[in-house]
Design a protein around this ligand. Structure first.
Ligand code: ATP
Ligand code: MG
Ligand code: MG
Ligand code: MG
Length: 465
């Protein structure tokens, strides 16, 4: 029967059973006694399984001795206890069927050595075969499953929000426009130029920067919802924490306030981290060994302590008085830069920190105004090594305050007719947050560049296929 490497190594197959594993050669070693040891990985777990192949096999010298890293094969044999240390089980091969050799092994790009992350990014179609990318993708999957499970267990409904939208939810102007390539029917202005304002069947449309506004619609009906999907931002800079295409987790909760969602985010993060520590211990041991020696201790500390909460105003004071020289100075009313966020999380608190009540002028138009007339009920969660991983707020549910804010910002209420309706017909307090999924994967694995925690990074100079 066909089994995975994980089945064999985890002891799910009894000793003495005949099985077939299929995968790719990681390494081959030959003993003088005419026995070859082939390590085979199939991506199901971190470790490869060892197949012991004797020279009595008919294709031993014609094929087995030519196997190199990257060859694909199916090995049939008996599961036996392993004499060597490291692994409990191995396979005593009875047949080795080569599915595909590697053309010109000397130039195989994924030869078994430590490659730089830049090199792996240049070989994005093959990097999934490496230890590091395999481990990242298994952890990423574990986190995604944990997120859905977390919300499902708490009675949240998953809502699919649209990728094509008309509104710039964040007002940051980082939109990609949706345009037709139907040249014959492309709308034209009177001057004969492409009319982008008409390009989506007579209207202007963009790729979504956030599913929040749409999720609010469903929160104001199903009470507890979340959306989890791709979002797009024209971030034309090469930071290690911004992608042009990234995934966001956005719960939206009716009858909730700022502290409710700060605690929801904390619970969710702890739930996800616990899932990774228990379900992906093999991959996490690798990250601790290769990427960041303290990653596991750090995460254990996070799950067993309450998050520290702090007001933006107090944070500014801390940053001004800490004696550290920042590239950008901090004053009340400015948005914090990554260097400030990291200082607060890494050096001041030494753990994730919840920053609350930001000046309203640096936050989006939909956030709920505080009574002081200066701040809004917003919160960011800042993580060591990264900075902002979560941004959330209570939403302005009072129509008069909302309209006043639109007017101050010179925004057209007509564009927000449907959003205003949620406030006109049975409005309720509600709140939500957005978690950058790749920032979470970076944080949990210790990987320092966000391009290495998504299968196909989209950023300036990386959108090859
Ligand atoms: P930043 O200040 O880091 O640019 P932001 O405040 O613009 O982030 P939000 O609009 O608050 O981002 O989006 C919610 C979350 O989405 C952020 O907390 C972050 O985790 C994530 N995020 C935002 N922009 C990106 C991006 N370009 N690539 C990856 N994740 C992102
Ligand atoms: Mg941004
Ligand atoms: Mg920000
Ligand atoms: Mg933000």
């Amino acid at each position: 029967s066909f089994v995975t490497v994980s089945d064999v190594l985890a002891g799910k197959v009894s000793v003495g059973t005949t099985v077939t594993v299929r995968g790719w050669v990681r390494t081959r070693r030959d003993s003088k006694a005419g026995i070859s040891f082939i390590n085979i990985h199939d991506g199901s777990c971190f470790d490869p399984v060892q197949a012991v192949v004797e020279n009595s096999l008919p294709n031993y010298s014609s094929e087995v001795l030519h196997l190199t890293t990257g060859c694909s094969l199916a090995v049939t044999g008996t599961v036996v206890e392993s004499a060597g240390k490291g692994q409990a089980f191995e396979i005593q091969a009875t047949t080795v069927e080569v599915l595909g050799f590697v053309e010109d092994p000397d130039t195989y790009p994924m030869a078994p050595k430590r490659h730089s992350m830049e090199y792996l990014r240049e070989h994005a179609h093959l990097r999934a075969r490496t230890n590091v990318t395999g481990a990242v993708m298994r952890v990423r999957n574990c986190l995604a499953q944990a997120i859905h499970r977390f919300f499902h267990e708490r009675g949240y409904f998953w809502v699919a929000t649209p990728i094509i939208t008309a509104s710039d939810a964040e007002g940051a102007g980082e939109l990609f426009r949706v345009s037709t390539l139907d040249l014959l029917n492309v709308p034209k202005t009177e001057q004969g130029e492409v009319d982008f304002k008409q390009d989506f069947f007579g209207k202007e449309a963009f790729l979504t920067v956030s599913g929040q506004l749409n999720a609010e619609t469903y929160a104001c009906a199903l009470s507890k919802v979340y959306t989890f999907g791709p979002t797009f931002r024209a971030e034309n800079s090469n930071t290690s924490r911004h992608l042009a295409e990234f995934w966001m987790v956005e719960p939206e909760v009716a009858f909730a306030d700022l502290n409710d969602i700060a605690h929801l985010a904390e619970d969710m993060l702890k739930y996800c981290i616990n899932a990774v520590l228990t379900e992906r211990a093999d991959d996490m041991a690798f990250f601790a060994q290769r990427i960041d020696p303290t990653v596991i201790e750090r995460l254990q500390h996070v799950v067993s302590n309450d998050f520290v909460h702090m007001d933006y105003t107090d944070a500014v004071e801390i940053l001004q008085n800490c004696g550290k020289k920042f590239e950008y100075p901090v004053s009340w009313g400015t948005d914090l830069q990554s260097e400030h966020e990291r200082y607060l999380a890494e050096e001041h608190v030494g753990a994730p920190v919840v920053l609350k009540n930001y000046p309203r002028d640096i936050k989006a138009f939909y956030m709920r105004q505080n009574d002081d007339g200066k701040t809004v009920a917003a919160m960011d969660i800042l993580a060591p090594g990264i900075g902002e991983i979560v941004g959330g707020s209570a939403r302005e549910e009072r129509l008069d305050k909302f309209d006043q804010r639109l007017a101050e910002l010179g925004m057209d209420p007509e564009d927000y007719g449907w959003y205003r309706d949620l406030r006109r017909y049975g409005t309720v307090p509600h709140a939500g947050f957005g978690l950058g999924f790749e920032r979470l994967v970076s944080y949990v694995t210790g990987m320092t560049n966000i391009r290495d925690v998504i299968p196909f990074p989209r950023a300036p100079k990386s959108a090859d296929f």
